[in-house]
Design a binder for this molecule. Structure first.
Ligand code: SAM
Length: 138
């Protein structure tokens, strides 16, 4: 799912070899899916795009649609102090691109939000300028 028709169209083109995929246009913070209906939720480079309160709402919504023990697989930008030698790159990025919420995102460890909202953070992996988190709903 994505908010943008253009991104969904691109995803449909890229994934046309696979038949059993539904492409859904929706807001991640207001999903048209039932409670406890998914084993896994993934989010790839979404969180840095939205304000802090929406990041929280997205995690609450993921929690709602996950089955007990379900997994949240997260990937987004590295955050400040994750790899201090790369902090300069994170601070430079929003100067060159229109990324209104990026500075706030990199300044607030997302692992803390996962924990505050009832996820167990199982793994955090830094991959150059990105980070991957695997979290499980309690
Ligand atoms: C940096 S792009 C990443 C797209 C894709 N996940 C990828 O990795 O190629 C960010 C995406 O977030 C989507 N987006 C922004 N705000 C959203 C929201 N509130 N709910 C759902 N999608 C949103 C945008 O439409 C855009 O496709």
């Amino acid at each position: 799912m994505d908010l943008s028709d253009a991104y969904l169209k691109k995803a449909q083109e890229e994934l046309k070899a696979y038949k059993n995929i539904n492409f859904v246009r929706a807001k991640a913070e207001d999903l048209p899916f039932k409670e406890a209906s998914f084993d896994v939720v993934t989010s790839v480079f979404l969180f840095h795009e939205v304000p802090e309160e929406v990041r929280k709402d997205i995690l609450i919504e993921a929690k709602r649609i996950l089955k007990p023990g379900g997994l949240f697989l997260f990937m987004d930008s590295l955050q400040l102090q994750d790899t201090p030698d790369l902090d300069w790159a994170l601070l430079d990025f929003p100067k060159n691109f229109h990324e209104p919420f990026y500075k706030n995102y990199v300044s607030n460890p997302i692992e803390d939000q996962f924990t505050e909202l009832g996820f167990d953070v199982l793994e955090v992996k830094k991959v150059f300028l990105s980070k991957v988190i695997i979290a499980r709903i309690k």
